[in-house]
Design a protein around this ligand. Structure first.
Ligand SMILES: Nc1ncnc2c1ncn2[C@@H]1O[C@H](COP(=O)(O)OP(=O)(O)OP(=O)(O)O)[C@@H](O)[C@H]1O
Ligand SMILES: [Mg+2]
Length: 385
């Protein structure tokens, strides 16, 4: 059989060998730059990485691969200056392809000298975007895991402390109630007792929030009459309000009962009243209403109408812009100064209401005040007739 004779010249020419070698490295862009940073030649990898054809790139300054911002900051020249003075520069950074897309580049720039004279630079660039992004994802996952571990530790500590404090505050609260009932106490003493009661109430609210946050809350769900519960809670809700805030209760005499934990419901309403007061530093009115509402139950495969007891707390305060409203129920999200708010108030409200199969509806807008409505399913009477 006749041998096929190739018409291609054998690889004897050294410069041709070199060209072929460099051209076949297609996942690295290899360029030769003149001492000013203009591109003199480049391999096929350059086209693949940067998106320019050789004809488009040759003669251009290497700064075409940098973003407008990096060009403005003088980064291309600084990079070349560093390579010139150090002889070699190894680094990483964001660069821009011809189509404007950004990519993460690993870069080596070598200054080329002949008889001590700088004749140009060899620059090798590799697109490492995928590797970079994978590393970032891994780092994010590791950070999230560490965060979670820290959180679990904090949760355990919080739970322990909150239980202890709850017991202590119950004793303090009971003692204050007894002092207030003792005959013969003067007005000043009663004022001080009231102040101490308000502080104890605030303290036990905080411990309940902490317990809710550390998921150590077992709801004792039993039928609760909302009008009666709110009537009973009114004195302590009023105590929580500063003098410049009026608390107004607008509740019908009867409503169907709801299956809930009365103590947690009290905390939820107190949290909302406090938020209302804090939103009105100049004073105003916080109104609590309770109504029976027919609402479409959310999160059901077959949406049905249900009867809810809607407890709404309305203030005339600053309201929330959408970005704050969106985050308001996140645990520890607060716009208050350090030490002024724990950011657990609304998380307790949302957590508790969803544990009761209800949902929360927030209406707010800057300058228009806020209404937070807790929708808790009414216990339906079974018709035995
Ligand atoms: N009625 C409201 N009016 C305006 N902004 C509100 C209102 N309720 C909540 N917010 C905003 O939502 C944030 C979170 O509220 P949340 O009750 O969870 O925590 P907090 O009030 O900051 O702290 P804490 O309740 O623990 O004292 C508040 O810092 C505030 O920015
Ligand atoms: Mg709050």
């Amino acid at each position: 059989m006749a041998e096929v004779v190739s018409s291609v010249a054998p690889l004897v020419d050294e410069s041709r060998q070199l060209k072929l070698l460099i051209d076949h490295v297609c996942d690295h862009a290899i360029y030769l730059l003149d001492p000013q940073g203009r591109i003199c030649s480049w391999n096929r990898g350059g086209e693949r990485v940067n998106g320019y054809t050789a004809a488009e790139a040759i003669g251009q300054h290497v700064s075409i691969f940098y973003s407008a911002e990096d060009q403005r900051l003088g980064l291309p020249q600084q990079t070349l200056d560093a390579a010139r003075s150090q002889g070699r520069l190894v680094g990483e950074g964001w660069r821009v392809r011809r189509n404007g897309e950004q990519y993460r580049a690993s870069i080596v720039i070598e200054a080329v000298r002949e008889q001590g004279q700088l004749v140009g630079f060899v620059k090798v660039t590799q697109d490492i975007t995928e590797r970079y992004q994978a590393q970032r994802l891994l780092q994010d996952a590791q950070r999230a895991r560490q965060h979670l571990q820290r959180f679990e530790g904090v949760g355990r500590l919080t739970r322990g402390l909150a239980h202890e404090f709850n017991n202590l505050l119950t004793t303090v609260g009971n003692a204050l109630d007894l002092i207030a009932l003792r005959p013969g106490a003067d007005a000043r003493t009663l004022d001080l007792v009231e102040l101490a009661q308000a502080a104890a109430d605030r303290g036990s609210l905080l411990t309940r929030q902490l317990l809710a946050f550390s998921a150590d809350q077992t709801l004792v769900r039993e039928p609760v009459g909302v009008p009666q519960m709110l009537d009973q809670a009114l004195p302590s809700l009023q105590r929580a309000c500063p003098p410049r805030v009026q608390l107004h209760l607008d509740v019908p005499a009867t409503l169907p009962p709801i299956a809930t934990d009365g103590v947690q419901l009290h905390s939820a309403v107190l949290n909302l009243v406090l938020n209302g007061c804090e939103a009105m530093p100049q004073g105003g009115t916080v109104t609590i209403t309770a109504r029976l509402e027919q609402r479409l139950a959310p999160d059901l495969a077959h949406p049905t109408h249900r009867r809810y007891v809607a407890i709404a707390v309305t203030d005339e305060g600053a309201g929330m812009p959408p970005d704050i409203a969106e985050r308001a129920s996140e645990p520890f999200f607060t716009t208050k100064e350090i030490g002024k708010g724990s950011g657990l108030g609304l998380s307790q409200v949302f957590g508790f209401v969803s544990q009761c199969d209800g949902f929360v509806d927030v209406q707010t807008a800057p300058g228009r005040g806020t209404t937070v409505r807790l929708l808790l399913p009414a216990i339906e009477e079974v018709d035995h007739a």
